[in-house]
Design a protein around this ligand. Sequence first.
Ligand code: ADE
Ligand code: ZN
Length: 326
Amino acid sequence: TDIDPFITGLPKAELHLHIEGSLEPELMFALAERNKVAIPFASVDEVRAAYAFSNLQDFLDIYYAGAAVLCTRQDFHDLASAYFARAAADGVLHAEIMFDPQTHTDRGISFAEVVEGLLSAMAEAKDKYGMTSQLILCFLRHLSEEAAFETLRQAEPWLDRITAVGLDSSEVGHPPAKFARVFAAARAKGLKITVHAGEEGPPAYVYEALDLIGTDRIDHGNRAMEDPVLVRRLREEGKTLTVCPLSNLKLCVVGDLQQHPIDRMLQAGLAATVNSDDPAYFGGYIADNYRAVAEARGLSREHLATLARNSFLGSFLPSEQIAAHI
Ligand code: ADE
Ligand code: ZN
């Protein structure tokens, strides 16, 4: 449609992207072969057919299984390099990349292997596309507080190249409070913070992310819309929400995109942004996400420009770089 060149041409930042979630089935097969890792699929078509999820956990089970093909720094480089090519084509000028070190270190892959592969792809993206990027180290919330502390210790030599820490994986039953101390330790080391909250979990988890962790951003935040007092607080604090429409559809956070709250979030004065979450699993990169909500919710070009502008305002870039983008 004629909105496509407008969307691609909008300068955008991607703030919510799990690099392991950008593993396309073709690369999964290539890496399985290269590393002699068995995967429970016979073909690329079979992999795509398995991508029918009824909730977050359904997806996570397949996502962690897929990540088992990632073994060497070259693999992590290739993974991120492929993402940056897609993002550049979509008009992304700055990307804040989440990664899940525990998914790899628990399989015996060293932290160094993961992070060095990502960092070399980030340097390449700067050279090739002029794209800036930052790393967000995510703790897996279904694992223990102690395991998160151990991961933070492993990250120590790279903390000058890691911008933020995040909290992802199975939300319900693993409230932010479980990780209040590890986030306090990360904050003391100068790291920014972003927490998945209100994707499947209740508004109470969003309050915990704010009150007990002091998060800089909320990843998803959909269910905050159930609580008008919380909505007012998020507006007054100018808290950025990194919303992921196609993810919300595929994980059944919304029944269909016609019910997606993105325009109600903007209407409520929230600093909402549009992002791709796990694009290889959810059927689209960032421009596809903008297009999907533009069509389903009839967003104007002004709305789309506001979402894109919010992405830079909510980024962890230094303020002078934000100013240069908006
Ligand atoms: N890890 C990757 N994608 C995620 C999501 N949408 N929610 C929680 N954890 C995730
Ligand atoms: Zn996510």
